[in-house]
Design a protein around this ligand. Structure first.
Ligand code: SF4
Length: 333
């Protein structure tokens, strides 16, 4: 389906929820006939530009998002798509930084005032493909309601396929490639499948290889297997926390909490690593809850906090030491 303004170039920052919703947003805009431009992979220049433009007290992922938006500006896009993510679950919300993101960019970052393309995302579940959410963009894109409806239906299929690949155990970069029919490189098989680690962290921290310093590859190099929250069913994550007295307010934080509680309680993993970014408010709570659960269950836990200056060697050493301890504990290796 085409029909939109073909001269329009819409940028999607390769940051934050790009790692969860790009398989919907990208085909949706493309189906509408506009050109979609994705920012470059995170690199030092992108991080530095984001850090320079952002207020200093904001979390690292938001600084990086700003860097990606400026990268798109350099690529000459007409608009940068920054949806206002409000809620994808009844009585839960996105972290307030997501809700304020379009305003933060519009009013806080030089040269972005007129570049932000936004709409409000509020749905009952993870599926945000209801075309009505995107109707406020119709005039700018030069499309009709009917065109939006058809494009959203097609893009939804890609997103569902992406989620299916994740739940089959693929990492998000692998699932992103698979929906685009890009072959994924053959994985190194873990020679110590007896050791499995639950890796907890927001998709934009774990799967941005610059931010996480490729923690996933490091684990693969150490020949251990791993599981992340996005590989689990949403309902299972919800079930894990249904009995707690007070769930957290923030949806993705609750997803991590559900995954963490499952990892700690059902002995599916030998240890848990939580990757958190400097300046994250919700995670300060989450890490504490994981620590308590680790003490109660005896499942080893390590928290790794990354910031814009974290050194790779330091991370490598900590992960190696953690894996070594798990192997000794289990008497393998
Ligand atoms: S959840 Fe944490 S890392 Fe993510 S945007 Fe909010 S404060 Fe930043």
């Amino acid at each position: 389906m085409k029909g939109g303004d073909e001269s329009l170039r819409i940028g999607i920052p390769r940051a934050l929820l790009y790692y969860y919703y790009a398989p919907f947003w990208k085909p949706f805009f493309e189906e509408l006939g506009v050109e979609v431009v994705i920012s470059d992979e995170t690199n030092k220049g992108i991080v530095n530009r984001g850090v320079r433009e952002a207020v200093s007290e904001i979390c690292v992922p938001i600084k990086i998002f700003i860097g990606h938006s400026l990268n798109l500006l350099r690529k000459g896009v007409d608009y940068i798509f920054v949806p206002r993510m409000v809620s994808i679950s009844p009585l839960e919300f996105f972290c307030p930084k997501f809700m304020g993101l379009p305003d933060m960019l519009r009013h806080g970052v030089n040269k972005l005032e007129d570049k932000i393309l936004t709409c409000q995302i509020q749905s009952m579940d993870d599926d945000i493909s209801d075309y009505r959410l995107y109707l406020p963009l119709a005039d700018i894109l030069g499309v009709t309601e009917e065109q939006m409806k058809e494009s959203a239906a097609k893009a939804r299929e890609e997103w569902l396929a992406f989620r299916m690949y994740s739940k089959m155990g693929h990492t998000i970069p692998e699932a992103l490639n698979l929906v685009e029919n890009i072959p994924i490189s053959k994985r190194k098989e873990a020679s110590h499948p007896a050791i499995k680690i639950g890796v907890l962290g927001y998709v934009y921290n774990i799967y941005d290889s610059f931010v996480s310093m490729d923690v996933i590859e490091k684990l693969r190099d150490l020949q251990v297997s791993f599981i992340t929250f996005d590989m689990l069913e949403e309902q299972d994550l919800k079930n894990e926390i249904q009995d707690i007295r007070k769930p957290l307010f923030w949806t993705f934080t609750n997803k991590l909490l559900g995954a963490g509680y499952r990892f700690f309680s059902n002995r599916e993993v030998d240890g848990v690593i939580h990757i958190t970014a400097f300046g994250c408010g919700p995670d300060s709570m989450l890490s504490k809850l994981f620590e308590i659960r680790s003490n109660e269950t005896g499942v080893p836990f390590m928290m790794i906090r990354v910031d814009e200056h974290t050194g790779e060697n330091h991370l490598q050493t900590r992960i190696e030491a953690f894996v070594d301890m798990l192997k000794r504990k289990k008497r393998v290796g």
